[in-house]
Design a protein around this ligand. Structure first.
Ligand code: SIN
Ligand code: CO
Length: 384
């Protein structure tokens, strides 16, 4: 278990003063920090087809980016190199535990755990990210500089794949030691160079932009065969210019569009489905012998523990007549009275079968839980 302490500040104080506002150096955020994996294990993950990885080198100022999977690590040179692996939480349960201390921020905002291994002077160069990130220092030391957002900073691409930013003034300039954490809000330029072989863990967050939202919402409308109401103008009056799309026309089209977004059922269904979609591949083990909903209580003992698999995105919305439970891009409908059991699925990493049992009176809940277990999104371990 990793215990986070934010410079003696409450989590609410951090949210009010720093979240999305100012970068923060959290000295000794984790005391006696122990790396959840080794550099060798990270390299092993970077050899897998399904796992996204990159290797960046910067010999004599010459930046080069290579994309995994890697068959060998000859480019991971003794100095000036970094290996980065995305979504390690999907593949490595011990590493996934590093996300838990940050779950004071809603599930849907948390994206994934990226892990990097850098040799001395290795880094990805000065750059901006569009999302919040906590960068945890694991083994070794790395010097980090962080600046404030500055719209005049020019960005440029190195070696086609590496977007960097020009030099910036730092408000944080510090050599991070194991257990230290940097919080960096979106748009703050930053760069980190290893002082000695170093592991860094980046907890990244999601913030979809308007075009992503609107295009996904449009896809949902098409899938649901919704949005068929047509423009109408029964109150049309004669006008002097016929070439104009006038204020009333514009307002009527806007209302037509808003009606769809304001359809709470349609909007909530889409939102949960969209926000719960994982961006990276999952490492799931569907059951070979699928369970049958009606025999769930015969197959699972009350003390057995149900775990959420690594990287599973689970969230819910309470509507007036039901709960929408969204897990990895699928949305299930559950009766409002089973909110406590829905929360076990979304808010906890594990729970005992006994705790969830009251909701098995509901056919919807029972079928949903059976599907989730059969698909490997949740798995059962016998109590030992
Ligand atoms: C890294 O660990 O090298 C990159 C982390 C970041 O700058 O987002
Ligand atoms: Co970054």
């Amino acid at each position: 278990m990793y215990q986070l302490s934010i410079n003696g500040m409450t989590k609410q104080a951090f949210l009010s003063e720093f979240w999305q506002k100012k970068p923060l150096l959290i000295k000794g955020g984790f005391t006696n920090f122990e790396d959840p994996l080794s550099a060798e294990e990270l390299a092993g993950l970077a050899m897998e087809e399904a796992i996204e990885s990159r290797l960046i080198t910067n010999h004599e100022g010459n930046w080069q980016a290579h994309h995994g999977p890697f068959e060998d690590f000859s480019k991971l040179t003794e100095t000036h190199s970094t290996l980065l692996v995305q979504a390690v939480d999907h593949w490595h349960p011990t590493a996934a535990a590093l996300l838990e201390p940050f779950r004071f921020i809603p599930n849907w905002r948390i994206d994934d755990l990226m892990i990097s291994f850098s040799t001395p002077h290795g880094g990805v160069g000065p750059h901006l990210d569009q999302y919040d990130v906590f960068i945890i220092q694991g083994q070794g030391k790395r010097r980090w500089r962080v600046g404030l957002p500055d719209a005049s900073l020019k960005q440029f691409t190195k070696d086609k794949a590496l977007l960097q930013v020009e030099q910036f003034d730092a408000v944080i300039d510090h050599e991070l030691e194991p257990g230290d954490i940097l919080y960096i809000p979106p748009g703050c330029p930053h760069e980190g160079y290893a002082v000695e072989n170093a592991l860094n863990y980046s907890v990244g967050f999601r913030a979809p932009d308007q075009k992503d939202l609107i295009s996904s919402f449009a896809d949902h409308i098409i899938d649901e065969e919704a949005g068929k109401r047509r423009y109408s103008d029964a109150n049309l009056n004669l006008r002097s210019s016929l070439g104009e799309i006038n204020t009333e026309d514009k307002a009527r089209v806007r209302t037509l569009l808003n009606t769809l977004i304001n359809d709470d059922e349609l909007y909530s269904q889409w939102l949960g489905t969209f926000l719960s979609q994982p961006k990276h591949e999952m490492d799931l083990a569907p059951l070979e012998d699928a369970l049958v909903a009606d025999s769930l209580t015969d197959e699972i003992s009350p003390e057995d523990v149900i775990y959420k698999a690594g990287g599973v995105r689970a969230m819910y919305q309470v509507l007036s007549d039901k709960i929408l439970l969204s897990i990895n891009g699928d949305t299930y409908q559950i009766q409002n009275e089973y909110l406590e059991q829905v929360k076990l699925l979304t808010d906890e990493t594990f729970f005992s079968f006994n705790e969830v049992k009251p909701a098995l009176n509901s056919l919807e809940f029972k079928q949903t839980l059976t599907t989730l277990i059969n698909d490997g999104l949740y798995f059962v371990e016998a109590w030992s």
